[in-house]
Design a protein around this ligand. Structure first.
Ligand code: PLP
Length: 440
């Protein structure tokens, strides 16, 4: 019998064996302790081993773990949809539960196309998106994703390419600067809509703050207001992919709440259960659902595990925990404190080009020359080496793409759990600083 082998991200690399987690710390089986400085993949927002969540999980599992969505609804799923509606101030009353951020994107795309079909506007099928973006790994979601590394090998399967530049002020795609740019990167959307023809376009999808494909790219003020205005003018639905930014990560329940906008469809994942059980969601406004409600009455999607009571109960417990401990209210302040420390570090080192993001979603772009912003040579693998060094030092950080093409630069994301204390934040920062200085 050949030896069984688990396929891990790098096939020939040894990974530490996890033992357990508590708070912001993870422990491997050799007893080494790691600060979860990225909440895994920006997910474990309330930290590890929280008793209340485990109790809620147990309690629900004892009642019933799974029912099929076409046969039953459940109290946890209904309560969760209710809570999400309330957190959106009633703007997003409709919730469709899925199991991953990727599925939430796929559902959002289908909902948008169906919204127009039900009104007899069946040619509106294209979904526009930006370069330097990530919306998921399956074919539809990857088609929308402007992440060259993840899509390149599968181009023959992909239906679409992103067509809009990202709002990347550090390396403005229009070689301009804010505010004299007059938000040229947002105006691009209108140009593309006119060139293709609004009669073929169902929606535009964007992450409020770009995660893995940009290292917390944060648009300038007015950007999303302009995007929304363009979408409304051309009958194009506006989808916000909040898989990474949702559930308090940036200091508001939804990332879009930083601006004066109301997207038509919003996706959630990651922080929705803070990693305690797989669950994600696609939320929609009344306007999106109305034509479906007076038409076929069926949102044409669904997965076996959609809205299973166990994951819904876990997610409900996580949202209650966030509210009870007022954790989202603390995110902005904690993020500011970490950013201030990083700014000081920027002055002491030669390789931090840009620090960006909101709340506890902070991107650090690494460059060879801070004056010219020249990225490091690719073969140096600076980002991967920093991630490795930090892990050796007992700090977990999240790698992200950066650079003019989203493939020729290095960035990392710092996104610790919201429960992090001041002392723990100092410890995180000291390990990050040490790792950067070791790399110089
Ligand atoms: N959308 C965004 C913004 C993400 O960051 C991710 C994952 O990193 C996804 C979608 C895909 O989510 P999942 O990995 O849960 O499928």
């Amino acid at each position: 019998m050949p030896q069984s082998r688990l396929i891990k991200p790098l096939l020939d690399q040894e990974y530490p064996m996890i033992s357990h987690g508590k708070g912001i710390y993870l422990y491997d089986q050799n007893g080494k302790r790691y600060i979860d400085g990225s909440s895994g993949a920006v997910t474990a927002s309330i930290g590890h081993g929280v008793d209340e969540i485990i109790e809620a999980m147990n309690e629900q599992a004892k009642k019933v773990a799974f029912v099929y969505r076409s046969q039953f609804t459940s109290e946890p799923a209904e309560q969760l949809a209710d809570t999400l509606c309330r957190l959106s101030d009633g703007h997003l009353p409709w919730t469709f539960f899925v199991n991953s951020g990727t599925e939430a994107t796929e559902t959002a795309m289908k909902m948008a196309i169906q919204h127009w079909q039900e009104q007899g506007r069946g040619t509106k099928t294209k979904i526009l998106s930006r370069w330097m973006s990530y919306h998921g790994i399956t074919v539809g979601a990857l088609s929308m994703s402007g992440h060259p590394l993840r899509r390149m090998r599968f181009v023959p399967l992909l239906e679409e390419y992103p067509s809009i530049s990202p709002p990347y002020c550090y390396r403005c795609p229009h070689k301009s600067s804010y505010p004299s740019c007059q938000l040229a990167c947002a105006s691009e959307l209108e140009r593309v809509i006119k060139r293709i023809g609004a009669q073929y376009i169902a929606a535009f999808i964007a992450e409020p703050i770009v995660g893995a494909a940009g290292g917390a790219l944060t648009p300038p003020d007015g950007y999303y207001e302009k995007i929304q205005e363009i979408c409304e003018k051309h009958d194009v639905l506006f989808i916000m992919d909040e898989v990474m930014t949702g559930n308090g990560r940036t200091g508001t329940h939804f990332g879009y709440q930083h601006w004066n906008v109301k997207p038509d469809i919003v996706t959630l994942g990651k922080g929705l259960s803070a990693g305690y059980s797989p669950i994600a969601a696609t939320l929609a406004s009344q306007k999106v659902i109305d034509p479906i409600l007076s038409g076929t009455k069926v949102v044409m999607s669904g997965h076996t595990f959609s809205g299973n009571p166990l994951s819904a109960a876990v997610s409900m417990a996580v949202l209650s925990y966030l509210e009870r401990h007022k954790l989202v209210d603390q995110v902005e302040e904690k993020g500011k404190r970490l950013k201030q420390k990083l700014k000081r570090l920027q002055g002491e080192t030669s390789m931090i080009g840009d620090i960006r993001g909101k709340g506890l979603l902070i991107g650090v772009e690494l460059v060879q020359n801070t004056l010219t912003k020249q990225p490091f040579e690719r073969h140096l693998n600076v980002m991967s080496r920093l991630v490795e060094k930090a892990q050796r030092n007992g700090l977990l950080i999240y790698p992200a793409a950066a650079g003019e093409d989203g493939i020729d630069g290095d960035a990392v994301i710092l996104s610790p759990p919201f429960i992090i204390s001041d002392d723990e934040m100092d410890e995180l920062f000291n390990l990050f600083s040490l790792s950067i200085k070791e790399l110089e």
